[in-house]
Design a protein around this ligand. Structure first.
Ligand code: FAD
Length: 410
């Protein structure tokens, strides 16, 4: 069939690109291999409510996701999480609120009371000594772990940065390059002469307001709205397609050869993919009404008896989830790999982490995700995680940019 553009992959990136190309007047086919659209942004039906199975928020930086949602008529449903602190469950089994003025757990004010409370006075003093060190110390560190250890010591590296990086990036700090963790951190360190100074500078540059947002009813509403608008614009959306060879100007789909500008919106798995298991529980536990651990906790490595690496108290974090589950609580725990008996493990971990008795689990859902994609290195126009990096803010902005470039190229 005749088409101008063939988008392969129906996650958010593919849907954004297909819609933008159709808005630009192109005849577009979108091909999705699975039987549903959205990829990693997908509903999780539980206790009669559609929560999100993976991505449940977006970074507000850049404004691309909010602008797209507004274009799709979801502007009035953009929400921000409850401004309660997240907590840290420490290796000694106790919990403290996370220090407020950090970047990836690196404190901007190492002697602030919340930092001292989290890592103890000797470790906080060692971190403070960062300001006395030569500015070159750690400047060439390859990993975030090397940098933090060199400048602030093991207390900050193990006690604050590791649990946050594990919770946010699903990685160990030694496996995360400084530039991936925070692209401007190294330059600010060179300019300010200390890591704490660099962190304060980054915090000052961040726009006021919440760093993350969500959509009332779940991020998956973005997918429904994108698909509906793409169809309105005439995009030929096909799911359950058997995809064969993909080149820059043709795709084999269900044995048919489609010719046109190809936009690849899926990524090949990386060699070192990591499995992540998310366990969502809906609970009856009135003690949780007080949100004893704010919006949730990150867990330090070695915390006794705990296998989870993070817990999100969804009904404390999002007002819309609390409204949808009156008298009940939803929590989501994340695990590296595949825990045995995930619901039993998550119930035990939730009770310990939240410090409450859990008498009954009303409903539960377990989803696994294999994370880590390869960056494409061929001549096919590419959008999505492989080309943009992880996260909806990056993925949406890059898909919009790439579609605009395809339209300009003619
Ligand atoms: C557990 C988890 C939590 C997350 N939390 C957040 C969060 O809170 N905030 C945030 O911003 N981001 C979060 N993310 C990341 C975010 O969801 C992704 O970065 C984003 O959704 C990627 O979109 P994409 O379209 O590039 O890829 P995908 O969503 O992976 O879509 C790719 C699509 O291509 C299809 N496909 C694959 N191969 C082929 C093929 N050969 N032919 C045709 N189709 C194919 C797939 O079925 C899929 O539908 C999270 C991810 C996970 C897994």
């Amino acid at each position: 069939m005749a088409s101008d553009a063939i988008v392969v992959g129906g996650g958010v990136a593919g849907l954004v690109a297909a819609r933008r190309l159709a808005l630009g007047g192109r005849r577009v086919v979108l091909l999705e291999r699975s039987d549903h659209l959205g990829g990693q942004v997908v509903a999780l039906p539980i206790a009669g409510v559609d929560l999100d199975a993976a991505a449940e928020s977006y970074a507000t930086r850049g404004g691309a996701v909010a602008a797209l949602a507004a274009e799709l008529g979801l502007g009035d449903d953009l929400v921000t999480p409850t401004p309660a602190p997240a907590w840290l469950h420490r290796a000694d089994g106790t919990a403290v609120p996370l220090p407020a003025t950090g970047v990836l757990g690196i404190p901007g004010h190492p002697l602030a009371p919340d930092v001292v409370r989290a890592i103890g006075r000797p470790a906080a003093l060692r971190a403070w000594a960062d300001r006395l060190l030569p500015r070159r110390r750690g400047a060439d560190a390859a990993s975030l772990d090397d940098l933090v250890r060199a400048r602030m010591g093991a207390g900050v590296a193990d006690g604050l940065v590791a649990p946050i990086v594990r919770g946010v990036h699903s990685k160990e700090p030694r496996d995360l390059t400084v530039d991936t963790a925070s692209p401007r951190l190294r330059a600010e360190l060179a300019a300010r002469g200390s890591l704490a100074g660099a962190v304060r500078a980054l915090r000052a540059q961040a726009p006021a307001g919440s760093q993350v947002g969500g959509i009332r009813g779940g991020m998956h509403r973005l997918v429904t709205a994108l698909a509906r608008d793409a169809e309105r614009l005439g995009v030929d959306i096909r799911t359950g397609v058997d995809i064969g060879r993909v080149t820059a100007d043709a795709v084999e789909a269900d044995g048919e050869r489609l010719v046109g500008t190809v936009v690849r919106a899926f990524a090949e798995p990386a060699d070192d993919q990591r499995r992540l298991t998310l366990v969502t529980l809906v609970l009856e536990a009135p003690a949780l009404d007080a949100a004893p651990r704010g919006t949730g906790l990150l867990v330090a490595a070695g915390a006794p008896g705990i296998r989870a690496r993070a817990l999100t108290h969804l009904t404390a974090k999002w007002a819309w989830v609390a409204e949808a589950l009156p008298g009940r609580h939803a929590v989501r725990l994340s695990y590296d790999g595949d825990p045995a008996d995930p619901v039993g493990q998550a119930t035990r971990d939730a009770a310990t982490l939240l410090g409450v008795r859990i008498d009954s689990v009303l409903d539960s859902a377990v989803r696994t995700w294999d994370r880590g994609v390869r960056t494409p290195d061929d001549d096919i126009v590419s959008v999505g995680e492989g080309a943009a990096g992880t996260g909806l803010a990056s993925v949406v902005a890059q898909a919009e940019r790439t579609a605009a470039e395809v339209l300009t190229a003619g």
